[in-house]
Design a protein around this ligand. Structure first.
Ligand SMILES: C[S@@+](CC[C@H](N)C(=O)[O-])C[C@H]1O[C@@H](n2cnc3c(N)ncnc32)[C@H](O)[C@@H]1O
Length: 257
C-alpha cells in the first residue's frame, strides 16, 4: 500500500504523478477540484499532463463533480480530454494584479476560470451554492406584478427577503496576504476561491480529490469546511510546503469565511 507523504484525521497527501498514484488508492471521492498546469507557457513545469482526466475519471463515481481551474485557451486546447464529461457551469474569478503582457498586443490578464463538469444525472450530484449575505432590503416583503391566469402555476406572488442572494459567477477577490507574501507556490489559489468550489460540490464530511495539490489549498479548504480530502503532488518541494502548511495552519491563520 502506498504511504501518504502527509496524513491527519481529515487530509491525506501523496507524493507522485497523479496518473500513477490514483490507481493505487482505494477512494471514492464525491468530487474532484483540480488545478492542473495549464500548459500555456514555455516554463518547464507548465506541461499539460496528458491522460489525467481519464485517470481521475476512473476513481470518481458517476455522481461526482469535476471542478477544473484553467484558462479559456486551456479548455479549448484540451477539450478532447473532457469528452466523457458534460459541462455544467463556469465560475470566473478576478485577481487584483494581472499577469503579462510583455508586448502591446495582448490584454493584461486579470481573471481565471473554473469549469464544472459532471457525467451522471445532475440531480444525483451534490451541488449547492451557499447563498451570499447582503445587507440590502433585509426583512422586506415584495409583491411581484400580478401574473396572468395562465402564468400562475407554481408562482409565488410575494417573497420575503432574508438578506441572502444566490452567488454570481464572477468572484471579485482580493488575494489574501498569505498568498502574496508567503510564496509557497507560484500558482497558489486564494483559499476563498477554492473554498467556494469545495463547499459547492461536497457535503459535510464528503471526500474531495485534488490531483494537483501544489501548496495544499484544496486540502486546507476541505479541512476548514469540515470535509475530507486526498491530494497528490508531483514536486516534493511543493508537497513539503503543503505538508508544513497543513501541519501548522489553523482556523485563525488561514480562514477566509
Ligand atoms: C497549478 S499548480 C496547483 C496549485 C495549487 N492549486 C495551490 O493552490 O497551491 C499545479 C501543480 O501540479 C503539480 N503537478 C504537475 N503535474 C502533476 C502530475 N502529473 N501529478 C501530480 N501533480 C502534478 C505541479 O507540481 C504543481 O504544483
Amino acid at each position: 500500500m502506498l504511504e501518504p507523504y502527509f496524513a491527519d484525521d481529515t487530509v491525506q497527501l501523496y507524493l507522485g504523478d497523479c496518473r500513477d498514484v490514483l490507481p493505487l488508492l482505494d477512494i471514492a471521492p464525491v468530487a474532484c477540484v483540480a488545478d492542473p498546469p495549464y500548459g500555456e507557457t514555455a516554463n518547464e513545469w507548465d506541461t499539460w499532463p496528458n491522460g489525467w482526466v481519464d485517470a481521475v475519471s476512473t476513481v470518481l463515481p458517476q455522481s461526482a463533480s469535476l471542478w477544473c481551474f484553467g484558462s479559456a485557451r486551456m479548455f479549448l486546447d484540451q477539450r478532447d480530454d473532457f469528452r466523457s464529461w458534460k459541462f455544467a457551469q463556469e465560475a470566473l474569478w478576478v485577481k487584483r494584479n494581472g499577469t503579462g503582457p510583455t508586448s502591446r498586443d495582448r490584454l493584461v490578464k486579470l481573471h481565471e476560470w473554473a469549469y464544472h463538469w459532471y457525467r451522471g444525472r445532475w440531480s444525483d450530484l451534490h451541488h449547492e451554492w451557499e447563498r451570499e449575505r447582503v445587507d440590502a432590503n433585509k426583512g422586506t416583503v415584495r409583491k411581484l406584478a400580478r401574473a396572468a391566469e395562465h402564468q400562475r402555476d407554481g408562482r409565488q406572488n410575494a417573497w420575503t427577503d432574508d438578506g441572502t442572494r444566490q452567488p454570481r459567477s464572477v468572484t471579485y477577490l482580493i488575494e489574501a496576504p498569505s498568498v502574496r507574501f508567503q510564496k509557497r507556490h507560484p500558482d497558489e489559489k486564494p483559499l476563498a476561491v477554492v473554498e467556494a468550489l469545495v463547499r459547492e460540490c461536497t457535503p459535510e464530511g464528503g471526500l474531495v480529490l485534488d490531483p494537483f495539490a501544489g501548496s495544499g489549498s484544496t486540502l486546507l479548504a476541505a479541512r476548514l469546511l469540515g470535509r475530507r480530502a486526498v491530494g497528490i503532488e508531483l514536486n516534493e518541494e511543493y508537497a513539503e510546503r503543503a505538508a508544513e502548511r497543513l501541519a501548522t495552519a489553523d482556523l485563525f491563520s488561514e480562514a477566509t469565511s
